[in-house]
Design a protein around this ligand. Structure first.
Ligand SMILES: Cc1cc2nc3c(=O)[nH]c(=O)nc-3n(C[C@H](O)[C@H](O)[C@H](O)COP(=O)(O)OP(=O)(O)OC[C@H]3O[C@@H](n4cnc5c(N)ncnc54)[C@H](O)[C@@H]3O)c2cc1C
Length: 317
């Protein structure tokens, strides 16, 4: 049999990196970290706007860090630098451009399948997040306007009439950021932005009072149509309006197909796991956003990684 890793981690976001680094710091060796994108932290790279403020206590959730990774408030750029540094300082093998397809348990070890080949490992941790599949509206997006409807700020050029859909922190940050160069509207089905953290609630209130962002609150979107190539939005309670671009910031989904193909049970939209984040398959763990129905954070992912590392170390003694 080829080389057997002690620990294979799927997904190099905060939870995956923390699992790898905390395990290394506890003396575990032979760790491999798989990332499907060209670099670690694709959620931060793709979904955070440039210079975004990164809050340790995201969404107002106060998190005491349990492990040895000292993460503090910063920006998108300082956060990525921070993860670069801790990966460089600990001997973790990071394999980018490598999408794991499924995990199978054999006699006492795991086979981890990647395109055309596989590796074996004693323990496996799945930290693939929920943003691989952002939540999409349940109505159809007509093909002719698809390029004007997105889930990140990609493609935003400035000077446009933009509708941001959602009322959480991400939606507010997108709306406030875009309002510097665009005419921005924010549509949320609730009447207030109470789910957002206090800073974002203040920012959106300011932007609205200065007429930089126009709120469309307590309203649902029923469908989208093409209006000569622009996006016509049909609402439930008000007249349709046409925008140059619509951006949905409504969270992500549980990667159910991946979990099922690896034998991990799911209940209420989350993988089943115990207090050590071990799933129904012994030796196979989940950590980070994938364990939450919504509302994960970097700090929570770091703590999950530490808890798993401690548990594996105990098992090895
Ligand atoms: C717009 C936005 C703003 C946010 N702002 C903050 C903030 O200020 N502070 C904060 O604490 N949190 C913030 N969050 C939440 C935070 O980003 C997440 O909680 C955190 O990234 C979750 O970490 P994770 O490791 O669980 O998953 P992710 O960060 O999603 O990482 C998962 C990784 O797995 C990789 N992957 C997926 N599938 C596979 C596969 N099959 N094989 C190999 N690799 C795979 C992905 O490419 C990705 O790199 C924000 C989220 C968004 C969307």
């Amino acid at each position: 049999m080829s080389h057997m890793y002690n620990l294979a981690i799927i997904g190099a976001g905060p939870a995956g990196i923390a699992t790898a680094v905390e395990s290394y710091l506890l003396g575990i060796r032979d760790i491999i970290l798989f990332e499907k994108d060209e670099n670690h932290n694709s959620t931060i790279r793709k979904y955070y706007k440039d210079n975004k403020r990164v809050d340790k206590d995201w969404k107002g959730q106060k998190v005491e860090l349990d492990g040895r990774i000292y993460f503090v408030d910063g920006t998108k750029e300082t956060t990525l630098d921070f993860f670069d540094e801790i990966l460089a300082n600990h001997s973790v093998e990071l394999k980018t451009h490598t999408e794991v397809q499924k995990i199978e348990k054999r006699d006492g070890y795991f086979e981890v399948f990647i395109a055309g080949s596989s590796i074996t490992a004693k323990y496996v941790v799945v930290t693939i997040g929920r943003m691989g599949k952002p939540n999409k509206p349940d109505y159809k997006i007509p093909p002719e306007i698809k390029s004007r409807v997105g889930f990140t700020l990609d493609g935003c050029v400035g000077g446009e009439k933009v509708l941001v859909v959602g009322g959480g922190d991400s939606a507010i940050e997108y709306a406030v950021d875009l309002s510097g160069q665009n005419s921005v509207f924010i549509c949320y089905r609730r009447e207030t932005f109470r789910r957002a953290n206090p800073t974002n609630q203040r920012d959106i209130a300011n932007a609205i009072s200065h007429k930089e962002v126009e709120p469309i609150l307590g309203i649902d979107i029923v469908s989208l149509e093409s209006d000569e190539g622009r996006v016509k939005v049909i609402f439930n309670d008000i007249e349709p309006r046409t925008f140059d671009r619509v951006i949905y910031a409504i969270g992500g989904t549980t990667p159910s197909a991946f979990l099922a193909s690896s034998g991990i049970k799911e209940e209420d939209g989350k993988p089943v796991h115990d207090d050590n984040y071990e799933t129904n398959v012994k030796g196979l763990f989940v950590a980070g956003d994938i364990t939450q129905e919504s509302g994960g954070s970097i700090a929570l992912g770091l703590n999950h990684g530490y808890a798993i590392a401690c548990h594996i170390q105990e098992q090895e003694q």
